[in-house]
Each structure stands twice: as C-alpha cells, then as structure tokens.
Design a protein around this ligand. Structure first.
Ligand SMILES: NC(=O)c1ccc[n+]([C@@H]2O[C@H](COP(=O)([O-])OP(=O)(O)OC[C@H]3O[C@@H](n4cnc5c(N)ncnc54)[C@H](OP(=O)(O)O)[C@@H]3O)[C@@H](O)[C@H]2O)c1
Length: 452
C-alpha cells in the first residue's frame, strides 16, 4: 500500500477514546488520515493540530467530501445513531464504539448500510479490545450458535472483585462486618482509579451489558433484539444491590465455601428454538464447564460461546480502556481503508443482514435456580411468611440459612439466603416483588446459578 495515499477519516468525539484514536492514527497508520474532528466544547484543551480541524458541527465533518470513513466515539445514543445514518446516506463507511446507538438502531443502521453498499465496523462496541464481534460473525457463518454467556462490564467486575477481596481476607475475623467494603466505597475506589465513569449508572444498572448482549445476539442468532425488551438486572439499581454479606455467604466455609463466583453476566440461549436473553448478577460454579468465565476478574471481559458443531469457545481480553478499544476501532478502519485503497469503488466488508424478523423468547419461562437473599429482623414468624410466598408461587425450597455475622439497622435485620430448585424465572421474579411488599422484609435479591 502506498504511504502517500490515505483514506479520509472524520472523527466524531474527542474524549478518552477519540483522543487516543487521534494519536494512534497519526503515529501508526499510513492508511488513514483524520480530516475533521467534532466535539461539543471546541474550547476544551487539545493539541494545536486538533484545534485547527475541530468543530462543534458534526454534520460538517460528515459532509466533508474528503471524509470517506466516519468514526463515532461520542457515546450519545440518539445523536450517534443520527450521525451514522447521515454518514451512510452520504455513501460513507461508518466505524463506531457507540454500543447504545448500534443496539438501539440496529435495523435502521444495518438496513441503510446494506442499501447504500457501505460498511459498518462495530468491533469496539463489545468487549473493548477483544475481537468478539468478528469471532461471533465468523462462528455463525458456518455453525449454529446454541448459547453464549459474557462478562462484559469491567467496572462491575472490578467492584465485585474488590468487595470479595475484603471479605476473603478477613473471613474468620469476628468483626467481619466492619472489615467489609460496601459497594458505595468500592465504586468510589473504581472512580478514583479511572475504572468507572463519573456517572456510572449504565454500568451498574446493567444497561451497558444489555446493549452488548443485544448486539451479540443480533449476530449470533441473526435476529433483531430490542434492548428495551431485554430483562436486565444490575449490581446496583433502585430496588436491589449487592451487599458484603453476599460474598461472606458465598465464600465462608460454613456456607458455600467458594463454590461460586459472583459476576454480572449477559446470557443468551435458545429456548424452544428462540433466543432468550437476560442480564443479571449470576453465580458461576467454579468446577463446572463455565469455570473459565469464573476466573475473569478485574477490568477483564470474557465470553463463552457454544455452537452446535464447534462446541465451546472462550475468549478473554481487556474489555475497556482507550488503548485496547482503539485497537478494535483501528482494525475496523484499516480493513475498510485497505479495501478502498485497493481499487476504485471497492468497499469494506458488508454489514450483517437484517432480513429476518425480530423474534426472541420469553425470559420469564426459562427455568433457573439459585439463592434468594432478603433481610429481616430475627422475629417469630418472618421465615414462615417468606416460605409461604415461595409456596404460593410454586417455587420449592432446598435449604435456608441465616447469616448472623451481618446485622443492619435499628431493627437488627440479618440476611438470609433461601436456596430454590429450578423454577420459571418469571415465578421467582414474582416472589421477589411479593417479598418487597412484605412488612419487615428488606432488599430481596435473586442470585441465579449460571447454566447454559
Ligand atoms: N472508555 C472506554 O473504555 C470505552 C470502551 C469501549 C467503548 N467505549 C465507547 O466509546 C464511546 C466514547 O467513550 P469515551 O470514554 O471516549 O467518552 P467521553 O470521554 O465522554 O468522550 C465523548 C466525546 O464525544 C463528544 N460528544 C458527546 N456528544 C457529542 C455530540 N452530540 N456531538 C459531537 N460530539 C459529542 C464529547 O465532546 P466534549 O469533549 O466537548 O465533551 C467528547 O469529546 C462511547 O460510546 C463508549 O461507550 C468506551
């Protein structure tokens, strides 16, 4: 390839990712040259060369005749989608890290790209630097995907890892509750170290994982998933959050003795032929077929995919951060640029087909098992009431324990963990809703054991 010829790139967004991509392309990529940069605040500090080409009018960058590839790293779901569609309409290729835009406007973006004969590179939308989008695309080209499960959010992984560390290092300390690290503190630490955004809502409530699961499911099952319809529970949301006692219960030899690791997992499997999806904090059995996933820790991501013929594959890598994410963006840009430079009128890889109708299964009907945690004071009859709720919803109980080492509030509430047999997930969710209404019962939460 000639170093004199380079494809023109329009960069939308000059934040963590955009600024790192600018540096990378300027230094290491003869095939692409950034012609314009769009951001909201054009007065924000930036190198002089960037200041010369920066604008707050993304449209101008997209419309620039020198720009052949538009890169969206704005993080704005609505506007990002509009920018992509505008670029495609003008016959430009798109490369994006904007998972919200791609997941929420899949049909529109892929459909328009197909019509205009342009490429959409979105490797960076899932798993940072991990090549999961390509792996799933290659996989479905020749095999039928049966299921996948992914740890796809480094922020949650880091927080859960720190909370566990504090518990396991003081397991036999009678003051264990005081030694524990609450989620709020773990989050502050993650923010201090740059592992969490100033506004971490989408990470903690599972939405970030939900968008990624929707994108992977669209590829893996050749369908179109509406992320708004996907059942999603995070590690911290309005009505539930992970507590230090959960790690004590999971890791103390008196209770589950490290049999499971707790992670935020996005899961997809076929039920009655239809892909059925959910995101939730899940327990991964460290001695099961999914043990590879159980060791994915810190800011790493991991994905297990099972195929009809291929069996199980496991991919692990750095799931976020400017450097790994830029590798995914640059590899998409390179692939498209190389094709354009090879011949006049050549395009990059075609976008995924969108011909199939959207069709997903009902996650409420999937049978799951696990542990229901709730807090209540040690008063007569409270257990019986909880068990009654379970019985009314047809959910049967295997065992129940009270973790007395943790006591909260003036009414001295303690957590208990009720192990349930396989039951329709919808019935268990109804149990949780009923427990929330029960007087004297607080913070019910369901920890599903991960099964594919
Ligand atoms: N950070 C990661 O590790 C990571 C990993 C994988 C994927 N991603 C994805 O990459 C994208 C960018 O992430 P980031 O961490 O770089 O975000 P960021 O630091 O917040 O940067 C966003 C940039 O986009 C600009 N921007 C926002 N809305 C805009 C709009 N409507 N028009 C033009 N410019 C706009 C901002 O302008 P100002 O600078 O003027 O505010 C800023 O420069 C997101 O979609 C994110 O999900 C991030």
């Amino acid at each position: 390839m000639s170093t004199k010829r380079a494809v023109g790139v329009g960069l939308l967004g000059y934040g963590n990712i955009g600024s790192e991509l600018y540096r990378y392309l300027g230094r290491d990529a003869s095939y692409a040259r950034i012609r314009g940069v769009a951001r909201r605040n054009v007065r924000a500090p930036a190198p002089r060369a960037v200041k010369k080409i920066v604008t707050d009018r993304a449209r101008d960058v997209i419309a620039d005749p020198e720009v052949q590839i538009v890169v969206d790293v704005t993080g704005d779901g609505e506007r990002g989608a509009r920018y992509c569609l505008d670029a495609i309409e003008r016959g430009k290729h798109v490369v994006t890290a904007n998972k919200n835009a791609i997941a929420s406007y899949w049909r529109e973006i892929m459909g328009a790209a197909q019509q205009r004969g342009v490429s959409v590179g979105f490797e960076a939308t899932v798993g940072g630097g991990m090549p999961v989008v390509r792996a799933v695309q290659r996989h479905v080209a020749c095999d039928e995907t049966a299921s996948f499960a992914g740890i796809l959010n480094g922020t949650c992984n880091f927080i859960l890892g720190r909370m566990k560390e504090f518990i396991v290092r003081s397991l036999d300390d009678p003051q264990i509750q005081k030694r524990a690290l609450p989620l709020e503190e773990a989050l502050k630490e993650a923010q201090r170290l740059g592992y969490a955004e100033p506004d971490p809502t989408y990470d903690l409530n599972g939405f970030d994982t939900k968008f990624k699961v929707a994108i992977l499911a669209n590829l893996a099952f050749e369908t179109i998933v509406d992320p708004a319809q996907l059942h999603c529970e995070g590690i911290w949301q309005t009505d539930q959050h992970i507590m230090p006692s959960d790690f004590y219960f999971l890791h103390h030899p008196r209770y589950l003795n490290g049999k499971y690791e707790l992670r935020l997992v996005g899961v997809a499997n076929r039920v009655g032929g239809k892909p059925t999806l959910r995101v939730s904090p899940s327990l991964i059995d460290v001695s099961s077929d999914l043990r590879d996933l159980a060791v994915v820790s810190g800011s790493y991501n991991g994905l297990v995919i099972t195929g009809k013929r291929l069996g199980t594959q496991f991919i692990k890598g750095l799931g976020a951060g400017p450097k790994p994410t830029v590798i995914s963006l640059a590899s998409d840009i390179r692939e498209i640029a190389t094709s354009i430079l090879r011949c006049d009128g050549c395009s990059g890889p075609p976008p995924p087909a969108v011909s199939r109708a959207s069709s997903t299964g009902d996650a409420r009907s999937v049978h799951t098992r696990g542990f229901i945690r709730s807090f209540s004071p040690d008063v007569r009859g409270i257990y019986a009431k909880k068990l009654d709720v379970l019985a009314k919803h047809g959910v049967s109980v295997q065992s129940a324990v009270n973790v007395k080492e943790f006591v909260y509030g003036r009414d001295r509430s303690m957590p208990d963990y009720i192990e349930i047999d396989h039951a329709p997930d919808g019935a268990v969710r109804d149990v949780l809703a009923a427990l929330r209404r029960l007087r004297g019962v607080r913070d019910p939460m369901y920890f599903r054991v991960l099964e594919l």
